[in-house]
Design a protein around this ligand. Structure first.
Ligand SMILES: Nc1ncnc2c1ncn2[C@@H]1O[C@H](COP(=O)(O)OP(=O)(O)OP(=O)(O)O)[C@@H](O)[C@H]1O
Ligand SMILES: [Mg+2]
Length: 510
């Protein structure tokens, strides 16, 4: 038996206006974890979609267990043991976990009816197998009520429901908590111990260096090279990916205007998830909200933007008490919310890139009688596309055909065009490559220097530490600590506040 399970040679794939893959090679060995790296739009998702039967290649050859692959549908690929855990989750939102898992292959009773008991049992067994207990969700949970992280786990259960030989993970940890990430890593180790081969696409290089055996790098649809992880350094991989000097980001001055308050929140309660949140955001301030998933950061932001009802407490914008909040009012109040969920609230996927960027500031580019000023719209959109290095053939391309990371950049561009006074960023660099991250940090810093007020929600400590003037650490629906002297803190100290309950806030800073 050969050591190689999958061999791709000279694979090309074109989309309208773009050559996504230009004769790339990729070789996967039995039982290895093989990372696939590259900037946003490099062609990573396209290759693994071809390998798993979602897209057809234009040219090239794929050998699976030594013979040319002649399969057609995703189901055929899955049956043959090749499955994909996609970057964007594609579960049926209204169905249960168990129904999603058995979707193409419902268990039947002797008389041909759906065997519900068996279906739930199959799901429970898979949940057990991936090492996740039923505290968070059960086979009968409706998928729509699950967090993104848990939906990702359901995708994983689906992939291992059939006996796989090759599993491709596309950014699997981007919406998982630290604990869930650790559990996923141990699951991956179990899978490889059984001889299963893993393709691992991620922008998190630290993870790649922890769990992968080899790494292949693509740039602009071309193959750059393959290295053994234990013989290569992170900076070498980075320079293979970006092929240029990286802009380093370090924050200099702070622009906080202490005497001017942009937002004041007092005693915010919501369902059982927020338990008396109070804080102020000053003009020109970057206020970091840190905490583990479910600690109440995103919920607070959603309430501020008007996406959740039934809260109690006071919210003042620029000193004015808000009786009710809706997203439309927020936009009028020059408040914007850059979400982590680009498919839901972030973008209109069927619309063009240009339309998406101009949506929130359509008023600003409209002339007399609200006719859209197309020239101005074009100029602003073009400027933002360049600044954020969004990879797109033309501005009329639908947002749906952008790569995952480029869609995320588009969400940011959309709100930058709106020229808001207060901006809430929720995980702004999720899925964004190392090269573009620094550009986004610089943009956020620029916004603060112009006197805008910023709330930055991030699970990445280095990111929150590099940008914030002040950090509020959330824990279990409360603000557990307010940290003002950010530069003197270590990651461990901040993490401590996210996990351990404190009586005194500002422990470290006073
Ligand atoms: N269905 C599609 N229709 C049109 N263009 C597409 C489609 N899918 C991908 N592309 C284009 O092909 C190129 C490669 O995209 P791909 O999704 O493979 O990138 P990626 O390396 O996965 O990037 P990211 O890190 O942002 O996820 C991009 O320019 C993208 O816009
Ligand atoms: Mg991708």
């Amino acid at each position: 038996m050969s050591d190689t399970i999958l061999k791709c040679q000279g694979i090309s794939k074109a989309f309208p206006g773009i050559l996504a893959l230009d004769s790339v090679d990729f070789e996967l060995r039995r039982g290895e974890v093989h990372a696939l790296c590259g900037e946003n739009g490099a062609g990573k998702s396209t290759l693994i979609k071809i390998i798993t039967g979602l897209y057809a290649k234009d040219s090239g050859s794929i050998l699976y267990n030594g013979s040319e692959v002649k399969l057609k549908t995703v189901q055929e690929y899955r049956k043959a043991g090749i499955s994909l855990i996609p970057q964007e989750i594609h579960l049926a939102q209204e169905l249960t976990v168990a129904e999603n898992i058995s979707m193409s292959n419902y268990p039947r009773t002797k008389i041909g009816a759906v065997d519900w008991e068996k279906m739930y049992a199959v799901a429970a067994e898979l949940q057990e197998k991936i090492g996740f207990g039923q505290d968070a969700f059960t086979p009968k949970s409706i998928v729509r009520n699950l967090s993104m992280g848990h939906q990702q786990l359901v995708e994983i259960m689906k992939a291992i429901a059939t006996d796989s030989n090759v599993i491709a993970f596309d950014e699997p940890t981007s919406s998982l908590s630290d604990d869930e990430t650790e559990q996923l890593f141990s699951l991956i180790r179990d899978l490889t111990a059984k001889g299963i081969s893993i393709i691992y696409v991620s922008h998190r290089l630290a993870e790649i260096f922890r769990i992968c055996d080899r790494v292949t790098v693509f740039k602009d649809g071309k193959y750059v090279g393959t290295k053994n992880i234990n013989e290569v350094r992170i900076d070498t991989v980075v320079s293979m990916m970006v092929g240029r000097e990286l802009t380093q980001f370090a924050r200099g001055t702070s622009y906080v205007q202490r005497d001017k308050t942009a937002i004041e929140v007092e005693n915010l309660y919501w369902r059982k998830k927020l338990k008396g949140i109070s804080f102020k955001l000053h003009r020109g301030e970057i206020l970091g909200l840190f905490g583990i998933i479910g600690s109440g950061r995103t919920e607070t932001a959603r309430i501020l933007f008007g996406l959740e009802k039934d809260f109690t407490g006071t919210i003042k914008l620029n000193g004015k008490k808000q009786e009710s909040l809706t997203p439309a009012k927020s936009v009028m109040n020059r408040l914007s919310f850059i979400t982590e969920d680009r498919r839901g609230e972030g973008l209109s996927l069927g619309s063009s890139v240009k339309w998406n960027i101009s949506m929130p500031f359509i008023k600003a580019v409209s002339g007399f009688f609200s006719f859209i000023n197309h020239k101005k719209e074009h100029a602003i959109a073009g400027g933002l596309i360049q600044k954020l290095r969004i990879k797109v053939p033309t501005m009329d391309t639908p947002a749906s055909s952008l790569s995952g990371g480029n869609q995320q950049k588009l969400v940011i561009a959309k709100w930058l065009g709106a020229e808001s006074e207060i901006m809430i960023f929720d995980e702004p660099t999720r899925g964004i490559d190392v090269g573009a991250k620094a550009e986004i940090y610089k943009l956020i810093d620029d916004l603060a220097s112009q006197g805008r007020s910023i709330i930055l929600i991030s699970s990445e400590l280095p990111e929150i530490m590099a940008l914030s003037d002040r950090i509020l650490v959330f824990r279990d629906g409360e603000i557990n600590a307010e940290l003002t002297d950010v530069k003197s803190l270590t990651e461990e100290q901040i993490l401590h506040f996210a996990i351990m309950k404190t009586k005194r806030s500002n422990d470290l800073c006073s």
